[in-house]
Design a binder for this molecule. Sequence first.
Ligand code: TXA
Ligand code: MG
Length: 340
Amino acid sequence: MSKLFSKEEINEAAKAINEGKLVSFPTETVYGLGADATNPEAVKKVYAAKGRPSDNPLIVHVADQAGVEKFANIDEQSKALMDKFWPGPLTIILPIKPNALAPVVTGGLNTAAFRNPDNAATIKLIQEAGVPLVGPSANTSGKPSPTKPEHVMHDLDGKIAGVLDDGETKIGVESTVLDMSGKIPSILRPGAITVDDLKEILPEVQTDHHQVGKDEVPKAPGMKYKHYAPNAQVYIVEDSEWPEVGQWIAKHANQIVGVMTTDATFRNNKLDSYDNIRYMSLGDGPESASHRLFDELRTFDQNLLINVIFSQKFDRIGIGEAYMNRLQKSAGNTYFSDIN
Ligand code: TXA
Ligand code: MG
């Protein structure tokens, strides 16, 4: 049994980290699976607990900018980014000093990812432990990332010392990953810090995170695997398709169907007229949708009768980019038009 640490018990959680144990920590994005980044044996346990391939490098979570300096030199632009966006949902990849971090952290690369999460309890945990924490999302590999302590418990109870409980996370999708180790800064994963936000500091930013097109066959083998995937098949729905989705739902009256839309889309398409719909609201737009996506996918997972989920597409603008990136992975890039 894993323990739920209250914010008054941070020293107990820090002690577990110092003993080489795993503690899940809250951030503003999702819950992380924490281990002492300077203890390779502890870091190995992270991969085992998640069931994650160990060639995927981890983010090093620090309490402040000074926490990075031991491992990497901070160039001027990266310093400006940290000044503006830290603490916050921006992960920065920097070249590291020789042998500064174990290969089990970096995946053997000569760069590492650094992040200063915007969560007071976790900052205190890092300070009390006196070491930075590695932290992938605290879910079983392939499942939606955890935005609540109970999600972590569901996936990892018994495999970790405990979860530092700070309730629900604010943003709901993982941090923006920005590679500052190359010639031109490059966004590897979209998040709440958007391209436009970064352009306030950087003259040039590449957005070359790969978006698999609708009919494109993924090139890298790993890309064919689903991430963030519930047990049901998720279908992405264009705004104009909801009337057709309604007809599909009516035709499949013997099935319970999950639906995720904004309140307005639900209302405008009179989706409440179908008895076999289980509805989870995405709120009023991409920001609330990002906040709720993973939690709602997990809620649908608890209903074994649901094999099909329809979820609303948003424009890839602002945080809509991060939402669509996660939704596409949950759906294995499957659209309503693919259903028959
Ligand atoms: O919001 C977040 O970032 C959450 C919370 C817990 O902080 N963490 C998280 O970690 O999402 P993880 O391990 O799921 O994602 C880290 C991403 C992966 O896509 C990994 O491949 C990439 O960052 N990454 C880490 N180090 C890298 C490096 N040196 N070069 C390129 N990519 C790297
Ligand atoms: Mg993850």
